[in-house]
Design a binder for this molecule. Structure first.
Ligand SMILES: NC(=O)c1ccc[n+]([C@@H]2O[C@H](COP(=O)([O-])OP(=O)(O)OC[C@H]3O[C@@H](n4cnc5c(N)ncnc54)[C@H](O)[C@@H]3O)[C@@H](O)[C@H]2O)c1
Length: 448
């Protein structure tokens, strides 16, 4: 065997540069599918792996199941060789494999790495020497080295190891966090710098070469753990700051001060302040979940992450605060929640997206139902809502034709498609948790 790791690396790097490298992306969800399209846009031949047969057949039929991704974009990618499969044996044909599967919490609020471990066990038998494997799923520091590497090494019949030093043949492994902000079109995806930490300098270099073909800037860090921690720092920073404004909002309401006016004034400071906005509670796959990956890991080091716990406490309480505000608003009309007709506007966890994971709307609807309200929802992105990991609603979208029939309309998600002036005019009572009615003067509005 004459191949040295140096020549293997150079060969792979050159395949990246010439776009001959075949890229496999595991998990065709909100992260993996857009990533596949970015690589396809750069003329890479991409194969998307997913265990959901319906997703595989939709993609192969030139369709899309994510609202902001048009079928035309899938068909364009197909011209560059994009296709989807559920057959892991095709991993063997890939030069690089990027893992973008879910990392939720289990019922005890602990990391559920079952999707990551399931994926790694499935791909391990098919990996080959010189292949690059990158984990992108958000997770606690140590996952790549402590979970992914051992499963890759024990799961392949060739006895392949993760390459650590020059001259050592094996697979290259790295972690690179995803930084997408769905619905935010102010920064193009390729302008978001890509952080990469490799299990060896070679792995980092190779992953950097791959990502620099689609991202303008790659930021190397010294290890996968540093890259894993970087992602968590970013999300914990958001979580803690949102909790801070959520708490201050409640104080401002008591003091009759408009928190939004205060934030707008504070953000004119050209340094040392970044604006975060209060809301009805945290939603999405990242901010309500990721911080707990770190608190869980910290326990292994006899360490309590008090900021994370406090922020969690404040943010988790927000939907309950909204319920109190609805009760107070109805009370002014001599009504109770029990028996009232309540319309929830917006199911998605944030504006203009079709994702309702961990959305505070779901908790608010469940709490209202528990208290005896007759609840309906409107959301242009969801014709129906059935059952998820943490909810079972079984509801259909209610058109906005007769909102005057409802005792209260609760703005939980401030989609831009809504005509807030008309909504206020036609409603009896509006509970606005997002400052969506800013500038509209009406006694019917409860801002909270
Ligand atoms: N959505 C975001 O905005 C965002 C942003 C940054 C980071 N992340 C992180 O990226 C990761 C993926 O998130 P997402 O939003 O894309 O999740 P998602 O649920 O939208 O997509 C995950 C996909 O993986 C598939 N899958 C699950 N197990 C599989 C397996 N064993 N083999 C093949 N496919 C499998 C699922 O069918 C699904 O299509 C998570 O760790 C998340 O925290 C998400």
């Amino acid at each position: 065997m004459t191949t040295t790791i140096g020549s293997t690396l150079a060969g792979l790097k050159s395949k990246m540069e010439t776009r001959e490298a075949r890229i496999g992306i595991v998990g065709m969800g909100y992260v993996g599918l857009p990533l596949a399209l970015l690589f396809s846009g750069e003329r890479f031949r991409v194969t998307g792996f997913d265990i959901e047969a319906a997703k595989v057949s939709t993609l192969n039929g030139g369709g899309s199941y994510i609202v902001r991704i048009l079928p035309a974009e899938i068909r364009e990618a197909q011209k560059a060789g994009f296709r989807a499969t559920a057959d892991y044996s095709e991993i063997a044909q890939m030069d690089a494999v990027i893992i973008c599967v879910p990392t939720p919490l289990n019922e005890y609020h602990e990391p559920d790495l079952s999707y990551v471990t399931g994926t790694v066990k499935s791909i391990a038998p098919h990996i080959h020497k010189g292949q690059l494997i990158v984990l992108e799923s958000t997770t606690y520091p140590g996952t790549t080295e402590e979970v992914v590497v051992p499963l890759l090494e024990s799961g392949n019949p060739q006895g392949l190891k993760v390459a650590r030093a020059e001259g050592e043949n094996g697979v290259y492994v790295a972690f690179s966090p995803e930084r997408e902000d769905p619905g935010n079109d102010t920064v193009a995806r390729h302008d978001i710098p890509k952080v990469v930490g490799g299990c060896s300098p070679f792995a980092a270099e190779l992953a950097g070469a791959m990502y620099s073909s689609i991202f303008r800037r790659v930021v190397p860090v010294s290890s996968p753990s540093a890259a894993e921690m970087t992602k968590l720092l970013e999300n914990i920073y958001r979580c803690v700051n949102i909790a801070l404004v959520n708490e201050l909002k409640q104080l401002c309401l008591r003091m009759d001060i408009d928190i939004h006016e205060v934030i707008d004034a504070a953000k004119t400071k050209p340094f040392g302040f970044q604006a975060f906005y209060p809301g009805p509670g945290l939603g999405g796959h990242c901010i309500p979940i990721d911080p707990f990956y770190l608190s869980w890991k910290a326990r292994q080091f006899d360490f309590r992450t008090r900021f994370i716990e406090l922020a969690g406490e404040v943010n988790v309480a927000m939907p309950y605060f909204v319920i109190d505000q609805i009760a107070a608003g109805l009370n002014e009309h001599a009504k109770s929640i029990k028996g009232s007709k309540v319309l929830v506007l917006g199911l998605a966890y944030k504006r203009d997206i079709d994702d309702l994971r961990e959305s505070p709307s779901l908790t608010i609807i469940e709490l209202l139902r528990e208290k005896g309200a007759i609840v309906a929802y409107n959301d242009p992105f969801f014709a129906k809502v059935g059952r998820g990991r943490h909810y079972d609603l079984n509801m259909s979208n209610t058109p906005l034709d007769n909102i005057g029939d409802f005792d209260a309309v609760v703005i939980v998600t401030d989609h831009t498609a809504y005509d807030y002036k008309a909504i206020v005019e036609q409603s009896k009572l509006v509970i606005d948790t997002r400052n969506a009615t800013k500038g509209i003067q009406s006694e019917k509005i409860v801002r909270c």
